[in-house]
Ligand binder design. Structure first.
Ligand SMILES: [Zn+2]
Length: 198
């Protein structure tokens, strides 16, 4: 497997070189909701909040021309996907509606402040939100290049949860990238923080 073919960022390749996404999870979920009569593809608005450390270029391409999809993406601007030779890269970054590009080594405090500001820009309306909750934002992650602690990750998920509750938007949390030794612990702490909440 060449580096170009290797899955990175905890996301799934859609066959296009240097394009990673979670499209199967999201589109299949939406298809399932559609079969239940709960969702109309390309008609009902929905939201993707991508807080994986990598820019979600796959979803940006997948929904490039679908204005029913709002993308909020908080990512390290200095890591993959970053290919100045690929003219599509600026297109995928520009597709993001609420974009929070961060420099490498951003602290948990700054990350959470920026996330909170981005979340404040959301409006009611989407029928459902998918949250790509990668743990590769941890300082101990070898790929993400950010500086969050396990507690910061749990706080991040709570900020997102509270805001979506305020806006009365149903939500699905999905895994994302996470390559360090604290990844599992961050997920456990995040789940513990959800205990007792409806
Ligand atoms: Zn990632």
């Amino acid at each position: 497997m060449s580096p170009d073919d290797a899955p990175q960022g905890g996301k799934i390749q859609n066959g296009r070189k240097n394009t990673l996404n979670i499209r199967p999870y999201i589109v299949e979920s939406l298809n399932y909701l559609r079969t239940l009569g709960l969702f109309r593809l390309s008609l009902d608005p929905f939201l993707i909040i991508d807080v994986d450390a990598h820019h979600g270029n796959g979803n940006a391409y997948t929904f490039l021309h679908d204005d029913q999809v709002t993308l909020l993406d908080v990512y390290n601007q200095d890591i993959y996907p970053l290919n100045p030779l690929n003219p599509l890269n600026p297109v995928s970054r520009e597709r993001v509606n609420i974009s929070v590009p961060l420099p490498s080594d951003t602290s948990g405090k700054d990350y959470l402040n920026q996330l909170e500001l981005a979340l404040s820009k959301l409006s009611p309306g989407p029928k459902i939100a998918f949250v790509v909750a990668g743990t590769d934002v941890l300082a101990t992650d070898p790929l993400g290049g950010l500086r969050l602690t396990v507690e910061d990750v749990a706080a991040r998920e709570q900020l997102i949860y509270q805001r979506l509750k305020e806006l009365n938007i149903s939500m699905v949390f999905l895994g994302g990238g996470g390559y360090g030794k604290e990844s599992a612990q961050a997920i456990i702490e995040s789940l513990k923080a959800f205990q007792g909440k409806k």
